[in-house]
Ligand binder design. Sequence first.
Ligand code: AHG
Ligand code: MN
Ligand code: MN
Length: 322
Amino acid sequence: MTGRLTAKQHVQKAAGHELGEVFDAIATAARQIARKIRFAGLSDVIGAAGAVNVQGEQQQKLDVFANEILTQELGKVRSVAAIVSEEDEEPVAFQHEGAKYVVIFDPLDGSSNIDVNVNVGTIVSVQEVAGDLQTALKQPGSKQIAACYVVYGPSTVLVVTTGAGVASFTLDEDDEFVRTADGMRMPEQGPYYSANEANASSWPPAYREYIAMLQRGELGGKAYSSRYIGSLVADFHRTLLKGGVFLYPPTAKTPRGKLRLLYEANPLAFIAEQAHGAATNGATRILDLMPEEIHERTALIVGSRREVDALQKAVLAAGDSL
Ligand code: AHG
Ligand code: MN
Ligand code: MN
């Protein structure tokens, strides 16, 4: 598709040359991950890698591949001081004198869906390293310089914000991410709620009552349907386009929430807010949470403002907040 801006050109225009280089590296890695996924069944990248990651989760071969590619491509960018990955216990620092960004990512999101040919993704957050790296990693999500995700599905789509709205790019037949939308806005209210209801019995009661209220059509008279893909990026992408709410409340197994603050909740919360949506942990705006450690988890409720505000009001009224 000619005449359309590429992801690198869009970011360069919006936020300068150096950040454009970071997103060029992310796009290069995403192209290779997309290709690996497309032909996964023909090569041996399906299945477990035989190791367990820092999360105590069975690493999939594609988790390892995606992590290696992103580390390799970002390691070539002089303005990247370090990376933090879901798959690595500690940050990986590069010898890049005066580099100003730390890039924090979930290289392959939705790993449980790889073997069944369902959408998976990559999620990335970019923070500035003003002083030392440890201080940079304790910044709230509101300080993010940029965020993006890639959803690998029937088409491969990259969605980006640098703080001036949300744009999407689609991988075209020339293997280039070309801009297909800009100034994206999440609908005020949506037709779907998205949650793993198998956990409902161990949610704080306010969350069960909230879902029941949506099912009864008591939020603005809207009737809701349920959609849950089990890949956060895919569930979020549908919410960005159609509206509604995604929620992963605290459960008995994950009382602090399952999703990771730095490389799942923060980048998606930044994109949601830039598209006039909202994101909370049930009590506090996600972007205001002060991280203590790089792999910490949080409850995540993200989506259209109408649904997220109603949830936060219900949870605070019940005193169920974390
Ligand atoms: P990851 O594959 O990076 O570990 O992330 C999986 C996450 C997220 O993608 C999804 O929303 C959630 O796990 C699904 O969890 P449940 O299977 O417990 O519903
Ligand atoms: Mn994930
Ligand atoms: Mn992952």
